[in-house]
Design a protein around this ligand. Sequence first.
Ligand code: ADP
Ligand code: MG
Length: 240
Amino acid sequence: MIKMLLTLKNLYVAGNGKKILNGIDFQIRHNEVQALLGPNGSGKSTLAQVILGNPKYEIIKGGIFFEEREITKLSMEKRAKLGIALSWQSPPAIKGVKLSQLLEKISKIKFESKKLDLTPRFLERELNLEFSGGEKKLSELLQILSLKPKLVIFDEIDSGLDIKKLEKVAKIIKKELVAKGISILLITHSGTILRFLKPKITNVILNGKIICKEKDYKKVLRTIRKYDYEKCKKCKLLAD
Ligand code: ADP
Ligand code: MG
């Protein structure tokens, strides 16, 4: 079995000519949960988009490897087919398309609302139209489950959710993804989700660079709450 699922090597990225990522080194294995923590504007969503292959971003230097194959220049569609999925921070609403229709198109199997403890009515609503924050996250999660991915990136799945809703989402992630060996990158600036899905490594990003890789996520959360992100610069890097 291939050990490394995704590798980012010395990645420099710009958006509209502005440098956003400044030398990112990152690796995640099969069957592994990792976290990426950083303040607003540090480059978290950009990193997620670059892994997904969003052409809006220009790769200035470095490479992206999936199961040890270089995918730096591969289209978003091809990457999705390889098994990379992203839950968007702000998914768009699509009028006229029911969630159930979209899910069936992706997976070609009828979606069982019962299995996931959902009301059938929810699946019959138009995509993200007047969805609450929690419903949007749930809808993103269902789309991801339909894709049968190998790696799922959750971009701020914990923002705007109360603890109860977050717990429900985390339970589905645990049962349907983590238990099946699917790797997960949890992107968060609040860190709330980490309590439910205990990452093996917590990466801290500041100004487009990963400045810390730490095994104890609680330590990272404590440090940030007490001293802010600047203190993380003093952490010992695990992997480099
Ligand atoms: P985060 O998700 O950590 O809050 P982002 O990755 O969204 O951060 O953004 C990092 C920085 O890059 C911000 O200053 C943001 O304004 C800028 N940025 C993001 N996308 C683009 C883009 N397409 N063009 C120009 N600047 C961008
Ligand atoms: Mg973001």
